[in-house]
Design a protein around this ligand. Sequence first.
Ligand SMILES: [Zn+2]
Length: 358
Amino acid sequence: MNGLIAALLRDFAAIQTSKQRRWGYQRAAAAVLALEEPIESLIQPDGTLRKIPNIGPSSSRVILEVLQTGTSPTIERAIADSGHVADVERRRDLQGNFLSRSQVLAALRNRNLVGPQIADYRGDLQMHSTFSDGSQTLEDIVRAGIDRGYRFCGVTDHSYGLPIARGVSMEKLAQQHREIDALNRKFRGRFRLIKGIEANILPDGSVDMLPEELAQLELVVAAPHSSLRVAADQTSRMVAAVRTQGVHILGHPRGRKYGARPGVTADWDRVFAAANAARVAIEIDGDPSRQDVDYQLAKRAVDAGCLFALDSDAHSTGELQFVETAIAHARLAGVPTDRVVNCWETERLLDWLRSRSR
Ligand SMILES: [Zn+2]
C-alpha cells in the first residue's frame, strides 16, 4: 500500500504545472516510501490520518481516498484531464518491484522466508569514498563497518572513465591503496578494507581500465552507466562484461532508476548463465532508487546457480543501511545464504577474489 500510494503521489506530482506543488507531492511520496510501518496503521479512530512530516492536507486526502477505495479518483481524473496520459503510463512501467521501507522491514522480519538475515552479513562490497563522489573517508568506512558488526568492506570508487562521478586517476588510486594498507595494519584482526573499483562497462562489454590496471585491484565491480535508456537488446554486452578477466561482481546490472529510466534490456537468463560459469557474482544494489536486480529477476539468477553480492552503494556512512533493501530482495527471491559472498568468512571471500583475478 505504501508503494502504491507513493507511486500515485509521484504521478500527481508529474502533472502539476506549479513547481511548488510538484515539489510538495514529490516530498509526500518520498515520506510515504520511507515509512517504517504500513500506512493503514496510521489511521486514527476518527478516520483521519495521523500527522506525518512532509505530508500536507491535500496529500492526506489522496491517501485516505486510496485506503478507502484502492485507488485515487482525484488523481486518475487529474491525469486524464492533463493531456499527459502516455507520459504517466510510461513512468508507471518504470516502477516495477520497488520495495517501500515498510516492505523491506516486513521481509527482514518474515521468518517464513529463507535467505540471508542482517546477522549473517559480514561486509559490504560496493561503496564510494571522498576519493570519488562519496562523502565518507576510508577511516569513516572502517569505523562505521565495525559499528555495524562487519569484518570487511570493499572500497569501490568510480574508475577514471567516469569523470561525471569524479572517477579516480591511477595516481590517486595508488595513494588510496597506501592509505588502505595503513588502515589494514591499524585494524589488523578486526577489520579488512578491500582495494576495489567500480569500473564502467563500455558498449562492447569490455571495462574502461587496462588489464594491468585491473591487476592492481583486489575487487572489481563492473557496472553499466551508459546506454541505459535504449530499447535494443544488450545481451552480448553484459555477457562480455561477466567474461572479462578480473571482474568479480556485475554491479547494478540493469542500471535502472525509480520512475526515471528502464536500464539495460537483455536476455538475463543468458547473462546469469555466463556469470555462473565465470563465478562472477550478481549484485543486488540496495540503493532505494535502484533496487537492482530486484527479487523477481534475482529468482532467475538463483535458478541459474549464481553467486550474489548484496551491497549498499553507499556514498556516506548513513547510506550503509541501504544494504537492508538488498537483503530484503534476496530473502524475497530465496537466495541461499551460502551463495551470498558478503556472508562468507573474510579468508573465503579473499580466496574467491584472488581466484578471479588470476
Ligand atoms: Zn554505479
